[in-house]
Design a protein around this ligand. Sequence first.
Ligand code: HEM
Length: 415
Amino acid sequence: MGATLEGIDLVDPDNYVDRIPFEWFDHLREEHPVVWHPEPSPNHGFWSVTRYDDLTQVHMDWETYSSEVGAVALEELDEEQLAIRRSMLETDPPRHTELRKICSRRFSARGVGRYEDWIRDVARAVLDTALPEGEFDFVGAISRELPIRFLCSIFTVPQEDAPELITWGDQMIANQDPDLSAAVVDKVDTEAYRNLPFRSPTALKVFAYADRQRDLRLEEPADDVIQALTVAQSEGILSEQDFHNYFALLMIAGNETTRHTISHGMLALMDDPDQLELLRDEPERIPAATEEILRWATPVLHFRRTATRDTELRGQQIRAGDKVVTWYVSANFDPEVFPDPHRFDVTRTPNDHVTFGPGGPHFCLGAHLARLETKILFQELIPRLRSIELTGPVERIRSNFVNGIKRMPVRVTTT
Ligand code: HEM
């Protein structure tokens, strides 16, 4: 099984277990920046786009490269699946604009800014529990705890629900990792779940949870994101299905990605203690360092578009209906944009990474929140660390979609 391009296979999740195959992306950017990549059946193959400028062009030109025709993941969906599973991610303007407006104010810089003190308190509480342990799994004790707790506050759902929401998020997004999900899409028959997000049966639990939260708000309105979705459903802007898919999108997107950013950031600082020391000595550098952590982490490896007409990209003829896959993880290491890209440099400036997308209609809705969470965590953590080191292997998620760390055992001494 597996596609090959001079031995390169960007699809097989096994190729991301030990590390990101950066040498493949470096080679493709240099020699084959837009290249046809075959895929195992039932998929039909895709154009692989690895340069920063080309990725930007594709994302900005949503009329040629649609999110609505086809989907935005590698999995090819038929019309029925598309109709049932479609979330905001799989729409183009004008419908996309209408959906995004439902929540955009709450995720603006000002909208999330009002949670700043609260986020800091949560970060302190999580660190107060984890750090005195001395030896612990950094992912389990810190990275995994924080984003979901922030999300619980933005959703105003009980903090006690956090562990369950974490488990559900893991099962859905890590649907290629047998350690995290029973329904591993390329290993077992998931046909029964073909109409559920990520082909995951866990989606039904998320939908039921969303229903309970909506019913609570119908009884007593709240000032939160779920209320905004509830109102949109009452007004007919969202169908029941749209409501479910929107809720699941926010829960999944807001949970995993920030977690992996925090883990990768800590790992990079452990690998390069001089940079950790620099940030300890000059904490005013942490906001800029957060951008380098985001570039370095690139938690979402790719998204896909579908060509709506015949077109040309860097000399390649793209046909209407072709899948076009843009690799953020390659664009963020494009030497044309980032000098010495494989060097982690907390002082890097400018740092126009595409970790949240390059702009365009689908630019990450949660970017302000994710930035704030990451910055605050490192502002609170770094001054407390006297030393931190790995005590065992770093385990990665088996996935061609998320750049995830699932375990990272550390030993810490505090100031
Ligand atoms: C470091 C953390 C995060 C990363 C790396 C990330 C990455 C991304 C990327 C790459 C996209 C697609 C951009 C494009 O198509 O060009 C996206 C979209 C999106 N993200 Fe994030 N995200 C993060 C955090 C969050 C958070 C905290 C939330 C909120 C709960 C969130 C909600 C969304 C939503 C709803 C979309 C779809 C936007 C649309 O279709 O208009 N994300 N994100």
